[in-house]
Design a protein around this ligand. Structure first.
Ligand SMILES: Cc1ncc(COP(=O)(O)O)c(C=O)c1O
Length: 444
């Protein structure tokens, strides 16, 4: 079938077969005999086109996209500006390796990130391919700068699937089970989880800092790394005051404070970065996902003195900062700014919050509605308690998928449905998608 993707796609939910349809099922059979079983899929529909707020599959079904490929296509899939920039770049050159013979696109992305990331101090940027790679490099840089080795991470954290980042990630299944041993010198401490700990930000931070001091002490600690809103862990936004207190302790103790904005970054939360809400200024920030409209790119940006401490040749990678991904990133960032997509994210957040706040009045299994902007989640619990309702959550996601709405789940207890729609989705389509989720809740 030929379907032209991008914003020209009809913005509708339309099912012409059951999900997955016959052609998707054929594709799944091929996948199962060709692709490693560890590479699982959430919804086995085979996509041929996407744009605006829809994904179109090989059977001709048009599904509502409430996941953005895990917070990536903020500017929409096949965004015209990204397509044009990538097309132009591939016609010029596809690769040189920046650390062999450099090019302007990489430098322009670094300049843009230095300008946009929190803080007006002098900054430097290094580009990589994936979020995990950015996190690994932020840790490398912090260790090199401080000449210390310890790294503090948090309960419910997620930082990736490489060896170091698996060790930094909290949840065992499916990310870590059987894949050890993990890298040493990673220490896990409590976070702020207002729905479950009931603590103020400063009180939660006092417990965290006490643990850091007891477990390893500042003299052994290179870096503290935290997601400003925890992504895979359940969209846990710390109570107000938690992040500033941890940052203040890090600064007072010569510990590099790293924010992992891989999932929260680039307009997703209603600000360019989630750190902006509390005016938190990290020493280093990691970014990826929403940075390049779907092309693989990530970055570490931070204080010039820290970033420049690593020797020449110590940072890089064959494809790191590919010219094609850099062209896409420049077009993507311009699109966020031109289309004021941060404001759109705030509007999307309000639609989702209002919708579920209404529903919560009659269904107490909606335990918590949280997040910021277009990064919202519902924590589902058993009626009359706060016991995590993982089976219900799985059933909702499954039914929504079967009805043509792609939603993702997350959370340490597997009881969170998260909403990460493209910022190009219409209110109408968004509301229709939320209603399908509500119907799935009512039916389970
Ligand atoms: C906060 C955070 N850090 C790091 C990563 C890892 O990114 P990647 O999957 O691109 O390696 C993710 C991915 O979900 C993430 O959410």
């Amino acid at each position: 079938m030929s379907v032209i993707g991008g914003p020209s796609l009809p913005q509708e939910r339309k099912l012409v077969t059951s999900i997955p349809g016959p052609k998707s099922q054929e594709m799944l059979a091929r996948k199962n005999s060709a692709v490693a079983a560890g590479v699982g899929v959430a919804l086995p529909v085979s996509i041929v086109a996407a744009g605006g707020g829809v994904l179109v599959d090989v059977d001709g079904n048009s599904l509502i996209d409430l996941g953005s490929g895990i917070a990536v296509t903020g500017v929409g899939n096949a965004s015209p500006a990204v397509v044009a920039a990538v097309t132009e770049q591939v016609q010029q050159f596809t690769h040189t390796c920046f650390t062999v013979t450099p090019y302007e696109g990489y430098i322009a992305v670094a300049e843009k990130l230095n300008e946009l990331t929190p803080g007006d101090h002098e900054k430097r940027t290094a580009l990589f391919n994936s979020g995990a790679e950015a996190v690994e490099n932020a840790v490398k840089i912090a260790r090199h700068y401080t000449k210390k080795t310890g790294v503090v991470v948090f309960d419910h954290s997620y930082h990736g699937r490489t060896n170091l980042t698996m060790g930094m990630t909290a949840k065992n299944m499916p990310y870590k089970d059987g894949f050890g041993p993990f890298a040493p010198e990673v220490y896990r401490v409590p976070t702020s989880y207002p729905y479950r700990d009931g603590l103020s930000g400063p009180d939660a931070a006092a417990i965290t800092i006490d643990q850091i001091e007891k477990q390893l002490g500042a003299t052994n600690l290179a870096a503290i790394i935290i997601e400003p809103i925890q992504g895979e862990g359940g969209f846990i936004a710390p109570a107000e005051g938690f992040l500033p207190a941890i940052q203040a302790w890090a600064t007072a103790n010569d510990v590099v404070f790293i924010l992992d904005e891989v999932q929260t970054g680039f307009a997703r939360t209603g600000n360019t970065f989630a750190a902006d809400f509390e005016g938190v200024v990290p020493d280093l920030v990691t970014t990826a996902k929403g940075i390049a409209g779907g092309l693989p790119l990530s970055a570490v940006t931070g204080r010039a003195a820290i970033m420049d401490s690593a020797h020449s040749g110590g940072l890089g990678g064959t494809y790191a900062g590919s010219p094609i991904a850099c062209a896409a990133a420049l077009a993507t960032i311009e699109t966020y700014e031109k289309e004021n997509l941060a404001e759109r994210a705030t509007e999307i957040g309000k639609v989702i919050t209002d919708f579920f706040t209404d529903l919560q009045k009659t269904d107490d299994r909606i335990g918590d509605i949280r997040g910021r902007g277009a990064m919202m989640a519902i924590e589902f619990v058993e009626s009359g308690s706060k016991d995590p309702a993982a089976a219900l959550t799985g059933a909702i996601a499954k039914q929504a998928g079967a009805e043509g709405v792609v939603v993702l789940t997350c959370g340490t207890y597997g009881n969170v449905v998260r909403f990460l729609p493209p910022l190009t989705i219409s209110d109408e389509l968004l509301r229709e998608g939320l209603q399908v989720v509500a119907d799935a809740l009512a039916a389970n």
